[in-house]
Ligand binder design. Structure first.
Ligand code: E4P
Length: 231
């Protein structure tokens, strides 16, 4: 399963990229507005930090302007995934850009029927928003289950399920159990995945017990190759 971070904060993206566990980035107009950054500069900078897909969303809603914006965004870096809304015009843009070999992320998906349309339009990714469905009293994870079941029935569908609007680690675990391809998570959710109180407690115990042995493990000088080392 691929892990994307859902943010427009470059400091968080740099920090998480350093873990070596980040596979991509998603942004949206609300996140860009919150960052206060100039969108095009920001997208270029993110693409320099992360090799995997970076979703950059079009701002217009009519076909011609969305297509023109999408084409421009796709020139910014080879790893751009143009993000378009799940509307008739958005899907038409998706079909056009996908045919030309551009990655497309179809966003704001709230039903299995919409996900089927996104696949038919050749989307690289479809983004069902689980948290926002939970917010209105529906079960977001049921949508992921439905989409996964439907996509698995058809060999010709290679659209990846990108679970979006993730609010907590349980969303991630449930999505992983359903075989979702990608999870995009806010930085705080990704960081919370590392934590367990028993890990902290166990480590403190190991450190304390090791100190009692009075021993140290030899370390190699920086840059020294680790193969065939004889001490
Ligand atoms: C995904 O691409 C969206 O940017 C995101 O997951 C939306 O999440 P929210 O519902 O927390 O705003």
């Amino acid at each position: 399963m691929k892990f994307f971070v859902d943010t427009a904060e470059i400091a968080d993206i740099r920090d998480l990229a350093e873990t070596g566990l980040l596979d991509g980035v998603t942004t949206n107009p609300s996140l860009v507005a919150k960052s206060g950054r100039q969108f095009i500069d920001l997208v270029k900078e993110i693409c320099e930090v992360v090799d995997g897909p970076v979703s950059a969303e079009v701002a217009s809603t009519d076909f011609d302007t969305m297509l023109a914006e999408g084409k421009f965004l796709s020139t910014l870096a080879p790893n751009i995934a143009v993000k378009v809304p799940l509307t008739p015009a958005g899907l038409k843009v998706c079909k056009t850009l996908s045919r030309d070999g551009t990655m497309v992320n179809v966003t704001l998906c709230f039903s299995a029927a919409q996900a089927l349309l996104a696949a038919k339009a050749g989307a690289t990714f479809v983004s069902p928003f689980v948290g926002r469905l939970d917010d209105v009293g529906e079960n977001g994870m049921n949508l992921i289950a439905d989409i996964a079941q439907i996509y698995a029935m058809y060999d010709e569908i290679d659209t990846q399920i990108l679970v979006a609007s993730i609010r907590h680690p349980i969303h991630l675990i449930e999505a992983a159990k359903l075989g979702a391809d990608v999870a995009t998570m806010p930085p705080a959710v990704i960081r919370s995945l590392f934590n367990h109180p028993l890990t902290d407690k166990g480590l403190a115990q190991f450190v304390a017990d090791w100190a009692k042995t009075g021993q140290t493990i030899p370390t190699l000088p920086a840059g020294k190759k680790t193969k065939s080392v004889v001490l």
